[in-house]
Write a protein that binds this ligand. Structure first.
Ligand SMILES: [Zn+2]
Length: 275
């Protein structure tokens, strides 16, 4: 699998591709005449630092801040790579503050997995991404908001808006209105803190309602190799709507009604697990 690479999404937006080997998510960079805003702090300073070097090599405007989509480690532990303010909703800042106060030794991390405070899935990824966690500096966001926040980049103003959802109730999307680019973070994904993992119809419907205000030309999900165009994004949302409807109307019969559509069947499975 190739390393993360920088790619242009639109005239104003670059992305750093995800890497599932250590669960590195997509990072974004939105630039205006007044500077560049980074989307997500990344899994480690090495991760965000590599992206920042690629941006510098392309003479992008100075980075003026990092916007977090949610508190999960792979989106927030790399912020210390850059000496700029970290912007997040209050719930995200609280989540990062909890992580920042933890002991990150192997023994403490393993104990948190046993206590259900950390996902077993994340353990090998954290170890590989952050092999030396003795001086690990987890930056607690300094600029916070409750519902929405705007970052003026000169010729474009980026909007951060809380949308919540089952994956993380602090999820925020980042919207660049000129090129119409939407960073979704992990907002549409299932909740991983359950066995089995799950979605709820109420959580999914509320999330879809909050997303309805955005009509992106490009939409980026946290761990998706591909950038969705308007058509792919619309079909992603309509599949979530359809899955909710089928589960509400048919319960267990929703699986049979989904037929051969494997993505729809998977989503229905999460929703059935979340009843
Ligand atoms: Zn996440």
């Amino acid at each position: 699998m190739p390393d993360c690479r920088i790619e242009a999404v639109s005239a104003r937006v670059d992305r750093f591709t995800p890497d599932e080997r250590t669960d590195r998510p997509v990072l974004g960079a939105i630039r205006g005449t007044a500077g560049t805003l980074i989307v997500d702090g990344g899994a480690s300073p090495a991760h965000l630092g590599a992206f920042a070097r690629e941006l510098a090599a392309r003479d992008r405007p100075p980075i003026i801040g990092i916007a977090l989509t949610h508190w999960h480690w792979d989106h927030s532990f790399g912020s210390a790579a850059l000496d700029v303010p970290v912007i997040a909703c209050e719930k995200t800042a609280a989540g990062v503050a909890i992580q920042a106060a933890y002991d990150w030794s192997d023994a403490a991390l393993e104990q948190r997995v046993r206590d259900g405070l950390e996902l077993e899935f994340s353990l090998p990824h954290i170890r590989e991404e952050l092999p030396d966690r003795n001086g690990l500096h987890i930056v607690v966001p300094q600029v916070t908001f409750s519902e929405s926040h705007h970052v003026d980049l000169g010729d474009t103003t980026v909007e951060l808006r809380w949308v919540g959802g089952d994956h993380a109730d602090d999820s925020v999307v980042v919207w660049e209105p000129e090129d119409r680019v939407l960073f979704l973070g992990d907002a549409l994904y299932q909740c991983l803190w359950g066995d089995p993992v799950y979605l709820t119809t109420t959580g999914t419907r509320a999330l879809l309602e909050r997303l309805a205000r955005f009509a992106p030309v490009y939409a980026l999900e946290g761990h998706d190799e591909n950038v969705a165009d308007a058509t792919a994004y619309a079909s992603r949302l309509s599949e979530l709507h359809a899955a909710c409807r089928l589960v509400e109307e048919l319960g267990d019969g929703a699986v049979a009604a989904a037929g051969e559509d494997t993505d729809l069947v998977e989503t229905i499975g999460y929703l059935l697990a979340g009843r």
